[in-house]
Design a protein. Structure first.
Lengths: 172, 223
């Protein structure tokens, strides 16, 4: 079977793309009336797209979407609450740190060594006293109480919230 | 076929008469208004935004979804991500207008593609398996033949090169104009059109090859 005329093939493709203007469409129709190969190709292209097209959404698909906007809205609200809680905690921490700095700064300033005074004379430390107050490090210390890495629980919501914070768009 | 109300109603015109849309600044402005209203707590704005875009989103993702629940999940995730991007745009730059529709469709395309890849479902039946049985046909044999050809072509769509597949499905499934396709994918209109031509030509060749192979295969060996 021969293919379509190379000259007319772009117009055949434009037609199935819905891009053919009226004048081009008229000229193409005139050609199709006289060219069986292009007529066959035109029909084949249209059928190809018809076969590729999906059928309308099924009842099952429609049912699955019912109420989807409500659960999406709920997820959004939860993420907003979570974000606000985090922001509030961060702000409280910043205020506490500022307050601590405000209270402690004068004391720290007072304890600053007087660099102009002569250094105190060095004394031999009491080794007996030093041993009595020292603690022996335990090999089964507090670290054993820590959860091993990777065992933290992660809910589906956590994953979704993480996704919400992970948006990257290449263009605006 | 679903229609995004933001895009205008989809007609029952034959494929050769795909409508041509020019997009619309008014639609974009309306989307932006709704997003801004929602971000300050207007839940009705959320519902309207959802109504405007859900049909188009569904039409974009359903080709890649194996079951309806997958499609729902993809629509929700795309919508939430686009809202999150909008929130950041408003918070960081005080943006008043943004291309919400282009964002949400672009996110949906990427999510759907990743979903299909992650689930390794490329070679499994997508949603048309659910709905194809609804098709009517003069005879059972013709219906069977038609269904098999549909299966082959839709499978071939998923095997197209990425850009061709994206352009074709946005045009075919979501009924976007080439201007809109170009905006969603961040390419030129001409590039979108060329990709569409390549995709159709490729499908046409694949269909021809596979149809011939299927016709030549002995009975019972149809893939």
């Amino acid at each position: 079977m021969t293919g379509p005329c190379p000259k007319w093939e772009p117009l055949l493709l434009d037609r199935v793309a819905g891009e053919l203007d009226a004048e081009s469409s008229r000229r193409l129709d005139e050609h199709l009336a006289a060219c069986a190969a292009c007529r066959a190709e035109s029909a084949a292209l249209a059928e190809t797209l018809s076969l590729a097209e999906l059928p309308p959404p099924s009842e099952a698909e429609k049912a699955a979407l019912a109420g989807a906007h409500r659960s999406a809205l709920t997820t959004w609200k939860q993420s907003v609450r979570r974000r606000r809680s985090f922001a509030a905690a961060t702000a409280a921490l910043a205020v506490a740190a500022a307050a601590a700095a405000f209270v402690l700064a004068p004391g720290l300033a007072r304890r600053a060594p007087d660099m102009t005074a002569p250094p105190a004379a060095w004394e031999v430390p009491d080794l007996e006293e030093a041993w009595s107050v020292a603690e022996i490090a335990s090999p089964s210390g507090d670290a054993a109480d820590e959860a091993p890495a990777g065992t933290a629980e992660s809910s589906g919501d956590d994953v979704l919230f993480a996704e919400l914070e992970d948006v990257e768009l290449d263009s605006q | 076929m679903p229609a995004g109300t933001a895009m205008g109603e989809r007609s029952d015109e034959p494929r050769s008469m795909l409508r041509v849309l020019t997009g619309g600044a008014a639609e974009r402005e309306r989307d932006s208004e709704l997003v801004r209203a929602f971000l300050v707590g207007d839940e009705e704005a959320f519902e309207e935004l959802w109504r405007r875009h859900e049909p188009t989103l569904l039409s974009v993702v359903r080709r890649y979804a194996r079951v309806p629940e997958d499609a729902r999940d993809l629509v929700q995730r795309a919508f939430l991500r686009a809202l999150s991007a909008s929130r950041r745009g408003v918070a960081a730059r005080g943006a008043k207008t943004f291309p919400f529709k282009a964002w949400v469709l672009r996110i949906a395309v990427n999510l759907a593609k990743n979903h299909a890849r992650d689930e390794a479902r490329w070679r499994r039946e997508p949603l048309e398996a659910v709905a194809a049985v609804e098709a009517s046909s003069p005879s059972a044999d013709e219906a069977l033949l038609r269904r098999e050809r549909e299966r082959l072509v839709r499978k071939a769509v998923l095997e197209l090169p990425r850009r061709q597949r994206e352009v074709l499905t946005l045009r075919l499934d979501a009924d976007l104009s080439f201007e809109e396709v170009a905006e969603v994918l961040g390419i030129t209109r001409n590039n979108a059109k060329v990709c569409f031509h390549h995709a159709v030509r490729r499908l046409r060749e694949l269909v021809g090859d596979r149809a011939s192979a299927a016709a030549d295969a002995p009975e019972g060996e149809t893939p």
